[in-house]
Structure formats: structure tokens, C-alpha cells
Design a protein around this ligand. Structure first.
Ligand SMILES: NC(=O)c1ccc[n+]([C@@H]2O[C@H](COP(=O)([O-])OP(=O)(O)OC[C@H]3O[C@@H](n4cnc5c(N)ncnc54)[C@H](OP(=O)(O)O)[C@@H]3O)[C@@H](O)[C@H]2O)c1
Length: 251
């Protein structure tokens, strides 16, 4: 039997990068997967790739900056597949970065609106369904919440908030049998990281110097950690932030 047979998984931000790899990994393990994000063509492409491999998936369009979209995608998941077992709260933006003096309140609000408000709202609307299935949430945090990177003040603060939300919500819902954890990736080769580091080559050059494994991780490294946290093997793992960073924060 596959690890997630009979389970229903919602991946917010599932049409690219870490979210796409995780949606595909859940589907390979037998889950019925809803891929949600704003770009429909990329979402449909992920669903088609999953179906081609014999998996079950559906795309639902959602902008996590909008509460109505979040509610609709969660209701839509339960309508389509009858239940919700796993929420991977992965949708995120790097937002505008740079010296604090170059940033404004609207930059702060935009990044917090997606990364923090979106994460919190998705948990709020998913939890009543997860209580029914004794399901689980994995939030996507970041190592930037644990160590300081200059010029990333707003993004780092959003991920610190995600880690705190994870612990608080875990304590609130473990009495009802819902586990909440987070994964904290180090630098991973995705479009976002390439943008944030000024291109893929620059990302590789910088991480060669700073990451003990000698370079960035790949999306499958994070997908594997998310599947572990969402699986029954992690039944005693509650309110944790699992750092997956090639040793970056350990040295
Ligand atoms: N890559 C890294 O090095 C790294 C490190 C630490 C943490 N992370 C975190 O990992 C997560 C995924 O990032 P990634 O690196 O895989 O980046 P990515 O390739 O840019 O993927 C971001 C995903 O989020 C979705 N998204 C963005 N804004 C959204 C919104 N308002 N509503 C719904 N979906 C939205 C995007 O789809 P649409 O644009 O189509 O909506 C896309 O699916 C993020 O939370 C990021 O902060 C990444």
C-alpha cells in the first residue's frame, strides 16, 4: 500500500517549484491532490503530468491574498474528493527586498498578506475539515527566520511569523488530533530563489561558499521532508520546524 492511499492533499502554490514537486510526490504515494495557485496554465500542466503517471489531481485557481479564494479552494477540495487530510501551506512570495530605507509600508503589507495572512487564513478554513479526518498541516517557513540575511527584512519576518503560527496552532489543535508542523528550507533551486539571488548561476556560486554541502538543494529535498511530516511516521512530531538546508544553519 502506498503511503498516502485514500488521503486528500491540498497544495497551495502547487503549480511550480517546491509545491509542484511536493504535489507530484504525494500523488506518486497514492494521494488525491488538489493543486492551487494563481497561474492556471501551469497548474493544469502539473495536473496533466500527475495524471500521465497514473495519479489523481485537480487544479483549482486561488490567490491566497484573498480570503474568499482560500475558502473556495478548501470547500472545492472537500466537494471534489469528500474530505481533507493534508494541507501544505506553501504559497509564498519573496516580495520586494533591499535596504530598509528603500522599502515602503505597501511592500511590507504585500509580502505579509501572502506569506502570513494567507498561511493563517488557510489554516483557519482548513482546520474544521482536518479535525474531522485527524489530518495534518505542513507550513513552509525558511532558514531566513532563524539566521539574519541583510536586505531581507520583510521576507525574513514573514517566515518568522510562519514558524510562530506553526507552534501556536499546533498547541491549539493537538488536543483535537491535528498535527501542525513546518519545513524550513535553505536555498533551493527554484524560480523564486533564482530571482532573489540574481540568477541561478549566482545562487550556485554563493551557496558553494556558504552551504556545507557545497550548493543549493533541489525541490525533491523539501518534498521528501514534507511527506515525512505529513505521514503517520511523524505522529510524535508536533509544532516543529524541520530545517532542511544542507547544514547552512548548523555551522
Ligand atoms: N526556494 C527557496 O530557496 C526557498 C527557501 C525557503 C523557503 N521557500 C518557500 O517555499 C515556498 C515555495 O517557493 P518556491 O521557491 O517553490 O518558489 P516559486 O517557484 O516561485 O513558487 C511559488 C509558488 O507560490 C505560488 N503563489 C505565489 N503567490 C501566490 C498567491 N498570492 N496565491 C496563490 N499562490 C501563490 C506560485 O504560483 P502562482 O504565482 O501561479 O500563484 C507558486 O506555485 C514559498 O513559501 C517560499 O517562501 C523557498
Amino acid at each position: 500500500m502506498k503511503r498516502f492511499e485514500s488521503k486528500v492533499v491540498l497544495v497551495l502554490g502547487g503549480n511550480a517549484g517546491i509545491g509542484r514537486a511536493t504535489a507530484e510526490a504525494f500523488a506518486r504515494e497514492g494521494a488525491r491532490v488538489v493543486v492551487a495557485a494563481r497561474r492556471e496554465d501551469q497548474g493544469v500542466a502539473v495536473v496533466q503530468a500527475i495524471q500521465k503517471q497514473g495519479g489523481t489531481a485537480k487544479f483549482l485557481r486561488a490567490d491566497v491574498a484573498k480570503e474568499a479564494d482560500i475558502k473556495a479552494v478548501i470547500d472545492g477540495t472537500v466537494k471534489e474528493y469528500g474530505q481533507l487530510d493534508v494541507l501544505f501551506n506553501n504559497a509564498g512570495i519573496e516580495g520586494k527586498n533591499g535596504p530598509i530605507a528603500s522599502l515602503g509600508a505597501s511592500d511590507f503589507d504585500e509580502t505579509f498578506g501572502v506569506n502570513v495572512r494567507g498561511t493563517w487564513l488557510a489554516m483557519k478554513h482548513a482546520l474544521p475539515h482536518l479535525v474531522k479526518t485527524k489530518g495534518t498541516i505542513v507550513n513552509n517557513g525558511s532558514v531566513v527566520a532563524e539566521i539574519g540575511f541583510p536586505d531581507f527584512s520583510i521576507y525574513s519576518a514573514t517566515k518568522g511569523a510562519v514558524h510562530a503560527l506553526t507552534r501556536a496552532t499546533a498547541m491549539e489543535f493537538i488536543p483535537q488530533g491535528v498535527r501542525v508542523n513546518a519545513v524550513a528550507p535553505g536555498p533551493i533551486e527554484t524560480d523564486m530563489a533564482a530571482r532573489a539571488f540574481g540568477g541561478l548561476e549566482s545562487l550556485r556560486a554563493i551557496t558553494k561558499q556558504t552551504v556545507p554541502t557545497g550548493g543549493p538543494g533541489v525541490v525533491e529535498d523539501i518534498a521528501a521532508a514534507v511527506l515525512y511530516l505529513a505521514s503517520p511516521e511523524a505522529r510524535f512530531v508536533v509544532g516543529q520546524v524541520l530545517v532542511v538546508d544542507g547544514g547552512l544553519t548548523a555551522h
